[in-house]
Ligand binder design. Structure first.
Ligand SMILES: Nc1ncnc2c1ncn2[C@@H]1O[C@H](COP(=O)(O)OP(=O)(O)O)[C@@H](O)[C@H]1O
Ligand SMILES: [Mg+2]
Length: 358
């Protein structure tokens, strides 16, 4: 009981005294994405502090490792998370993840928390892997997600660098014969999270998978933008150490581009050598000052990105065998790559244009 009081009290204190005194935008309580993010935050706080009282959220079916069949093996570790494949649940292939075993990089499970917010807030949207459930083992929160297939490609190096991405054979095959369907799958995935105010700054091909049905998934939890409702709700509800990947709006005063923040180098591609040949970053991701104010990153930034990476729409065009779909995509991409974010199309508009030709 005492512990429960402490949890609730700390949450209230966090809401009241928000750092640097800046008001955060009011989240739209009617947005189901915000409601689900709130529910996830409450669950996470409970599982950390009073695990015995944590109840699975609606729709969660896996609540323990015993629910999973099969022999699981580690695919990655050494990063913030550990990722296991090979498990099944009701004959469906699943992926199991938790914070890193050695705890050094991600002591408090920030990466896991952020990814759970992403999966739960956007539940059911195209391109978001289904979260089957989460639980605690010792000091770690574990969770199970649907298998989204194989990565669409592998970047030349983990962070910034100019080595080319190698696209998967499945991506190339689909690009050859069904370019517009592949473009639609990519854009649907991007629309789901980018328009909800998530920002993928660890921007590389292996964060995306392609399954046997031709659907594309973003499998790694992206960062949040505090200027959008989900980011604002998470910012209010979580403690200070969880704010690292919840990005504040840029300063409103600037004299030059250097006064404005940049996203990660391998997303912004601001300096030669940051990104592979043919990749460009949106001007606002490298830091852009216009009329004395920094231009914010947002969904419009990822609109630019889809048209400016050899492993996204340009990769589809490169392999497409027919010229008609290539022309459609070239037209869509040229608008998406406009320097002025306000002139770029929305994901809805890009999708409408692609779908008109399917
Ligand atoms: N839901 C998933 N479906 C299929 N593969 C996945 C899924 N989640 C992760 N993976 C695979 O595991 C790799 C690492 O997972 P990720 O969540 O990106 O961890 P990290 O934070 O270490 O980058 C991914 O690049 C992908 O190949
Ligand atoms: Mg990853």
């Amino acid at each position: 009981m005492m512990l429960l009081w402490l949890v609730l009290h700390t949450a209230a204190a966090n809401r009241g005294s928000h750092r640097n005194g800046q008001a955060t935008p009011a989240p739209t309580a009617s947005d189901p994405r915000v409601r689900r993010a709130d529910a996830l935050n409450r669950w996470f706080s409970m599982i950390e502090h009073v695990p015995a009282r944590a109840r699975p959220l609606e729709g969660w079916t896996v609540s323990h490792r015993r629910d999973i069949q099969g022999r699981m093996r580690l695919v990655t570790s050494g990063n913030a998370k550990q990722v296991l494949t090979g498990g099944t649940y009701r004959n469906q292939s699943i992926i199991v993840k938790s914070s890193s075993a050695n705890h050094t990089r991600d002591k408090l499970g920030d990466a896991v928390h952020l990814e759970l917010v992403y999966l739960e807030a956007l539940r059911g949207a195209p391109g978001i892997p289904e979260l089957l459930g989460a639980w605690r083992e010792g000091e770690h929160v574990w969770y199970a997600v649907a298998d989204g297939g194989r990565p669409i490609g592998v970047a030349g190096q983990p962070g910034k660098g100019s080595k080319a991405t190698v696209l998967s054979s499945e991506f190339i095959e689909l690009a050859r014969h069904e370019p517009l369907k592949l473009a639609r799958a990519l854009l649907r995935c991007f629309r789901s999270w980018a328009s909800a105010g998530f920002l993928l700054d660890d921007f590389k091909a292996q964060q995306f998978t392609l399954d046997g049905r031709g659907d594309v998934y973003l499998v790694d939890g992206p960062s949040l933008l505090r200027a959008f409702p989900v980011g604002a709700a998470v910012y209010r509800a979580t403690s200070h150490h969880r704010q690292k990947n919840n990005l504040a709006p840029p300063p409103s005063d600037c004299a030059t581009n250097a006064d404005c923040p940049s996203t990660k180098a391998h997303h912004a591609c601001g300096v030669a050598g940051d990104c592979e040949a043919g990749a460009r970053g949106a001007p606002e991701s490298a830091g852009l000052c216009r009329a004395g104010a920094c231009v914010a990153v947002g969904p419009w930034t990822h609109v630019f990105d889809t048209a400016s990476r050899p492993w996204l729409l340009p990769g589809v065009v490169k392999y497409a065998e027919d010229s008609a779909p290539r022309k459609v995509l070239d037209r869509v991409m040229s608008k998406a790559r406009l320097a002025d974010p306000a002139k770029r199309p929305t994901f809805d508009a890009m999708l409408a244009e692609v779908e008109r030709h399917i």
